[in-house]
Ligand binder design. Structure first.
Ligand code: SF4
Ligand code: SF4
Ligand code: SF4
Length: 306
């Protein structure tokens, strides 16, 4: 997607530091609160909002409190993950946390952080980092590629797989249909399989698709399709997704899009699409604030990495 840089985006790093300075003065996100909540994702791409200067720990505490309120009130949320790529430092801590929470083998992972550098940028070394996981599309192409009932939407927006059926040819069809290559077909291998046997930590149990599983047995056995579920097993018991609590850059935000007072609505102004990023019309539940590179025509990471 091509994008003409706005004056705000012309030097996002400088804007970031200006935002920090402003944030120290205000001490809160209150300056971002004056927004009009939009009800549709078809709204045209909005300019990038200022970078939040709130401390990462403060954001996590707020998100955790919002989640606990949802669990206590037993309301059905509309989960949104908001990723501010301007704050992502590419450390991959979230990827490690995802693997720890959702065991996979050497064939892949539910999450990765992609990097794009541009040699023509004049201001020195420049890279953007973009963490990616299943976008929980409202009209998911993966679901259209397999028989009805194998992939469905939960009322809270999460796309769930039936791991008893989404195997073999169906697993591969779903993976092929995902435009973002975010379906992982588990091949059953372990990192320690020839040492000479898989170590216990690779055979530990975990919860996925509503049940306790072990790699190599049951739902997570070889040739099954797996992917990010926003760590639904954690959400259901009032715990934030592993990648959100682990993000040291403060790039990850998570909460209820139905709540006009939630952090995710505060920082997005109720918008779902921002300049520099295209969700290809799939009405995704992951929203990106994507930074354009200065002095260049914006090239979306998907050109090389998807
Ligand atoms: S991102 Fe891919 S796997 Fe996730 S819902 Fe959309 S099409 Fe399916
Ligand atoms: S929400 Fe959970 S499964 Fe999804 S990328 Fe984050 S840690 Fe991985
Ligand atoms: S933990 Fe946060 S800052 Fe580090 S790569 Fe992941 S999203 Fe980026």
């Amino acid at each position: 997607m091509n994008n003409t840089s706005t004056s705000h985006e012309a030097n996002p790093r400088r804007s970031f530091f200006r935002a920090i300075a402003a944030g120290i003065g205000s001490g809160s996100l209150a300056g971002l609160a004056g927004f009009k909540l939009l009800t549709t994702q078809e709204a045209t791409a909005a300019p990038l909002p200022p970078v939040s200067a709130e401390a990462t720990g403060t954001l996590v505490i707020r998100m955790q409190r919002e989640l606990e309120e949802i669990v206590a009130k037993r309301v059905t949320p509309n989960w949104l993950m908001v990723v501010d790529t301007r704050k992502c430092i590419g450390c991959d801590a979230c990827t490690v946390a995802c693997r720890a929470e959702n065991p996979t083998g050497p064939a892949g992972n539910f999450r990765r952080v992609i990097q794009r550098e541009h040699p023509a940028v004049s201001v020195g070394p420049w890279a953007i980092f973009k963490p990616v996981n299943c976008l929980q599309c409202d009209n998911p192409p993966c679901a259209k590629a397999v028989p009805d009932g194998m992939i469905w939407k939960r009322p809270d927006g999460i796309v769930e797989f039936d791991d008893t059926k989404l195997r073999g040819q169906y697993a591969r069809a779903a993976a092929k249909a995902c435009p973002f290559q975010l379906v992982h077909v588990d091949d059953g291998r372990t990192f320690t399989g020839d040492t000479p046997a898989p170590q216990a930590y690779e055979r530990r149990s975990f919860v996925e698709n509503g049940k306790v599983q072990t790699r190599g047995k049951g739902g997570a056995s070889p040739d099954v399709a797996r992917k990010c579920t926003f760590c639904s097993h954690l959400l259901d018991v009032g715990v934030l997704p592993a990648c959100v609590t682990t993000c040291i850059g403060g790039a990850m935000h998570f909460g209820d899009g139905n709540n006009p007072n939630s952090l995710v609505n505060e920082i997005t102004g109720g918008r779902r699409l921002f300049t520099g990023h295209s969700n290809q019309g799939l009405k995704t539940h992951v929203v990106y604030f994507e930074e354009s590179m200065p002095d260049t025509t914006h090239v979306d990471c998907t050109v090389c990495h998807y």
